[in-house]
Design a protein around this ligand. Structure first.
Ligand code: NDP
Ligand code: 2IT
Length: 445
């Protein structure tokens, strides 16, 4: 870390004690943009870095709801409205017991640069709650979503802040949240994305993060004159992103050999096919069961309590959560011949792991570039909502593919180091410039 980055991050740590995930995200971004900032004094003069680490607004609130037994439950809700320089705040809701202010701020911070990279006019935000949807009935989830929105509705809106899904929030939750917003405001607007098709949703939004990830991987492999055909692909997670990453990887000719959840991983050396994928979608989206049932059903290995990174693969796609790959796991991946790591999840590789990939000069695509397809199609959902129309599947998919290619070009433009593309530097600088220039144009606000 350079002296100036170290000094800056120290101040951020002192001002935001204990927010370790936020510190990690700030360090990662500023480490790559600092040389660019130092070459362009206008950014320092305008205190852009100091402003970027201070959310424009943070809302923290109590959520009170009643469970099926009639007992009162209390949870905590968050919305971090990080930066609106280039558009309304935009970013998902996470429902997971680990949610705290640090995790919300790291995700909102990352979202600012990611959304800038999409080429669309969307600012950055993130929200969520420590409510755990696991084991709750549909009615409990509905009452919780209604209670959550009963506070949040006054802070969001189609031209102010447009939330969507993230961990623990999919179509079911977006439906309940949208219903409550509509009731309280008496307005049918595009205030949330990831809505159902037929009531304002966009085709391809459910698939967008996973599909976009593979479009990005395709571009990365192309720089080395390779394709996914015949490559062995290890995936972690088994939720929205993992499922559609697997679907697209498979359809591109890759062999997907793993999934995971918070209990363990499955290793299927024969590869996932359409039938197995259908089983996972039903298991995870409807039955809400554990990934171990996949190993039982298809008679393959279950790695209890383990990540899938010990499995030999050509391409690794972490699609579960932050810090799910450490330095040793990254070394194992590289040793086993992995040539490409692309992040479906946000910040799944810790700083040691990232260093391993950069030192080995393998293809490494950070989340803010590689998983931006989800929020990009959310942006396209907003466009369709404001035009009161819906585009056909092929149109949305083509736009998603074009956006992922444009993000790849941005990364190559700002990250080229000889014949190596440093996608970390490329994505961070590429995302930064547009937001920083907009902030300068809009004055000291
Ligand atoms: P889902 O809730 O659909 O799935 C999450 C998956 O990750 C599940 O398999 C879950 O296992 C696992 N997981 C979650 N938390 C943990 C944890 N603390 N430890 C181990 N495993 C965990 O979420 P998504 O697929 O939507 O999100 C996955 C990742 O992708 C997140 O990092 C999210 O921020 C990122 N992302 C999502 C986008 C989207 O459009 N949905 C867009 C861009 C990024 P279990 O069921 O056991 O909890
Ligand atoms: O991390 C992310 O980009 C998301 N969870 C999607 C956000 C969105 O607004 O679609």
């Amino acid at each position: 870390m350079s002296r100036s980055v170290e000094a800056f991050v120290e101040k951020v740590v002192a001002r935001n004690p204990g927010e370790v995930e936020f510190h990690q995200a700030v360090y990662e971004v500023f480490d790559s943009i600092m040389p660019y900032v130092e070459k362009n004094p206008v950014y320092q003069k305008n205190k852009i870095l100091e402003r970027l680490v201070e959310p424009e607004r943070t809302i923290i609130f109590r959520i009170t709801w009643v469970n099926d037994k009639g007992e009162i439950q209390v949870n905590r809700g968050f919305r971090v409205q990080m930066n609106s320089a280039i558009g309304p705040y935009k970013g998902g809701f996470r429902f997971h017991p680990s949610v705290n202010l640090s995790i919300m701020k790291f995700l909102a911070f990352e979202q600012v640069f990611k959304n800038s990279l999409t080429t669309l006019p969307i600012g950055g935000g993130k929200g969520g709650t420590d409510f755990d949807p696991k084991g709750k009935s549909d009615n409990e989830v509905m009452r919780f979503c209604q209670a959550f929105m009963s506070e949040l509705f006054r802070h969001i809106g189609p031209e102010t802040d447009v939330p969507a899904g993230d961990i623990g929030v999919g179509g079911r939750e977006i439906g309940f949240l949208f219903g409550q917003y509509k009731k309280l405001r008496n307005e049918f607007t595009g205030v949330l994305t990831g809505k159902g098709y037929g009531w304002g949703g966009s085709l391809v939004r459910p698939e967008a993060t996973g599909y976009g990830l593979l479009y990005f991987v395709e571009e990365m492999l192309k720089t080395r004159k390779e394709t996914l055909k015949g490559k062995i692909v290890a995936i972690s997670g088994s939720g929205n992103v993992a499922q559609y990453a697997a679907e697209k990887a498979m359809r591109m000719g890759g062999k997907v050999v793993s999934f995971s959840d918070s209990n363990g991983s499955v290793y299927d050396p024969n590869g996932v096919d359409e039938k197995k994928l259908k089983f996972i979608k039903e298991l995870k989206n409807i039955k809400r069961g554990r990934i171990k049932e996949y190993a039982d059903k298809f008679n393959c290995q279950y790695l209890d309590g383990q990540h899938p990174w010990g499995i030999k693969c050509d391409v690794a796609l972490p699609c579960a959560t932050q810090n799910e790959v450490d330095g040793n796991e990254a070394k194992t991946l590289v040793k086993n011949g992995c040539v490409c790591v692309a992040e479906g999840a946000n910040m799944p590789n810790n700083p040691d792991a990232i260093k391993v990939y950069l030192d080995a000069k393998i293809l490494y695509g950070p989340g803010k570039a590689a998983n931006a397809g989800g929020v990009a199609v959310s942006g396209l959902e907003m466009s369709q909502n404001s035009m009161l129309l819906s585009w056909p599947r092929e149109e949305v998919d083509r736009r998603l593919n074009d956006i992922m290619k444009a993000i790849h070009s941005q990364c190559a433009r700002y990250g080229k180091q000889g014949d190596f593309i440093n996608y970390v530097a490329g994505a961070n600088i590429g995302g930064f410039v547009k937001v920083a220039d907009a902030m300068i144009a809009q004055g000291a606000i």
